[in-house]
Write a protein that binds this ligand. Structure first.
Ligand code: NDP
Length: 486
């Protein structure tokens, strides 16, 4: 059955698509045209309370299913996502401003993979047993928590939303999820897919609305047992302050200011083409993008010339056109923030090597929010531009001489999410990887993801790890049971 591509989004509560209790709505924008193209619920605590109650009611039956039964539901959802690849990719592109080809190649297949991966991961997950001296054995149980909250941002809407929901569901929890109010459309389509897949009512509930209203009601709800959150560091700190005193389990995936460290002995061509992607894919709005490019001084001028030429050749255009390498910035507010960050960089003495300004496109995108990819040099490590997350198509260049200097520059940040290191000297690469304060390191590659690996940041980039067994553990309570064998 085809998805209903209605521009009026509804909440998905207790298995039904329903309007918000307060009958209040928010506008949904198409960033490529700047136009309002639909409405979404401006949900409040009444909607959240209904969703949490539905999740709690569904929990006993859902958690009592076998792992294989829950796995089958996830597989069905994965298959339906792939069966609706074109519609979902189009919806994601319109809602977010990202190129349609990118949503079709990366975002939507990955959302399906999140469900299919966890549908099998749960079947392979082993409990522990420890045989003790004195003839005792300890074994562990991993039990679901109950109703849990999943809150995700706008940059990879369906991809990050499902990255949380899939492990939560497969471990036997029932979920109340809130997508970003800025990009709600594919979450709405996912609710239709769950209905088509026959997911029992109340197992997944999706409440749309503002973070400060619906989101706040969700994290404050006393019957929510755990919060899995991806978003900004400030929001993460706020959620942690609210949730910690009531001992909710918390997983926080937060901002970054990732270093991309380039040594003179790198595979230059591979580094250059990958650095172009790691700087500007998804308009630089990926938490894993490298925004501080650190280059060994001996190749700094060559890199600068080649990189700037390649950046100037990147086509920023209508997200629906196949040759647009970059699309629109997600919202007017975020667009204005990025423009002000570029202004700040100039005020701090930064030299704009290319970009540096909004772009005015022709035709249907004339009123859209586009920014030229921007490269800045002449800024030290401690200025605001090199300290604060911009989360847009803006990178800085800094030169270093020695390995020690590269490490110091890389670690001169309050963030610690991801880093990329380019060198063909593997001893140096591994030394650097051990020294860089980031949860995720790519050596001579970028954004290669094995879903079994631990994913998350150090310092202000978050608390906890997602992925594979780490996500399964987060969404369960581990219980140890000790028995005498005599
Ligand atoms: P925000 O922190 O503004 O929002 C993230 C989500 O939290 C949204 O759904 C938002 O709702 C909701 N929210 C906001 N305030 C509250 C609140 N008080 N209580 C509960 N929920 C709330 O981040 P952005 O959406 O702007 O996303 C960009 C950020 O996400 C960047 O910092 C980026 O680095 C980070 N990020 C981190 C990743 C990681 O894995 N570490 C991956 C991707 C992004 P609404 O949008 O409706 O306000």
């Amino acid at each position: 059955m085809a998805l209903q591509l209605s521009n009026t989004i509804k909440n998905y509560i207790n298995g039904e698509l329903i309007e918000p209790v307060g009958k209040k709505w928010l506008d949904n924008y198409n960033p490529a045209t700047g136009e309002v193209y639909g409405q979404l619920p401006d949900s409040d605590e009444h909607d959240v309370n209904m969703a949490v109650s539905a999740a709690e009611e569904a929990f006993p039956a859902w958690s009592a299913l076998s792992k294989l039964q829950r796995s089958d539901y996830l597989k069905k959802i994965a298959d339906l996502i792939l069966a609706n690849l074109d519609e979902l990719a189009m919806a994601e592109s319109i809602d977010n401003g990202k190129p349609y080809w990118l949503a079709k190649k990366v975002d939507i297949p990955r959302a399906a993979e999140n469900f299919s991966f966890f549908s099998t991961a749960i079947l392979q997950w082993k409990d522990e047993a420890n045989h003790m001296d004195g003839n005792y054995v300890n074994y562990t149980l991993h039990q679901p928590l109950g109703a849990v909250a999943c809150i995700s941002p706008w940059n990879l809407p369906l991809y990050l939303f499902t990255w949380k929901i899939a492990p939560a569901l497969v471990t036997g929890n029932c979920v109340v999820a809130k997508p970003s109010e800025i990009t709600p459309m594919t979450a709405f389509l996912l609710s239709q897919i769950c209905i088509q897949a026959g997911l029992p009512k109340g197992v997944l509930n999706i409440v749309h609305g503002l973070g400060t209203k619906a989101g706040d009601a969700l994290i404050s709800h006393s019957n929510i047992q755990a919060i899995s959150f991806t978003g900004g560091t400030k929001t993460g700190a706020y959620i942690a302050a609210k949730a910690a005193p009531i001992f909710k389990k918390l997983s926080l995936e937060l901002g970054g200011k990732n270093p991309n460290i380039i040594f003179e002995d790198c595979d230059y061509d591979k580094m250059l083409s990958t650095t172009l992607r790691s700087s500007f894919e998804n308009q630089g709005q990926i938490c894993l993008c490298g925004s501080r490019i650190l280059v060994q001084r001996s190749i700094y001028e060559k890199f600068k010339t080649d990189f700037v030429a390649a950046v100037k050749a990147l086509k920023v255009g209508d997200p629906l056109q196949d040759d647009s390498k970059m699309g629109a910035i997600v919202s007017k507010q975020h667009y204005e923030k990025i423009v002000s960050c570029i202004q700040l960089a100039e005020d701090e003495g930064g030299v704009i090597l290319c970009g540096g300004s909004p772009l005015q496109l022709d035709g249907r995108c004339a009123e859209g929010w586009f920014i030229a990819p921007t490269v800045i040099e002449n800024l030290g490590p401690h200025c605001r531009t090199n300290q604060e997350e911009i989360f847009g198509p803006v990178v800085t260049l800094q030169a270093f001489d020695t390995e020690e200097e590269a490490l110091a520059l890389a670690n001169a940040s309050s963030y610690g999410l991801a880093a990329t290191i380019w060198t063909t000297n593997m001893a140096k690469a591994n030394r650097m990887a051990a020294g860089v304060e980031s949860g995720i390191i790519w050596l001579n590659c970028w954004l290669v993801r094995d879903l079994r690996t631990p994913f998350g940041g150090m310092k202000n980039s978050g608390v906890g790890r997602e992925g594979g067994v780490h996500a399964l553990e987060f969404f369960t309570e581990t219980k140890n049971i000790c028995i005498p064998l005599h």
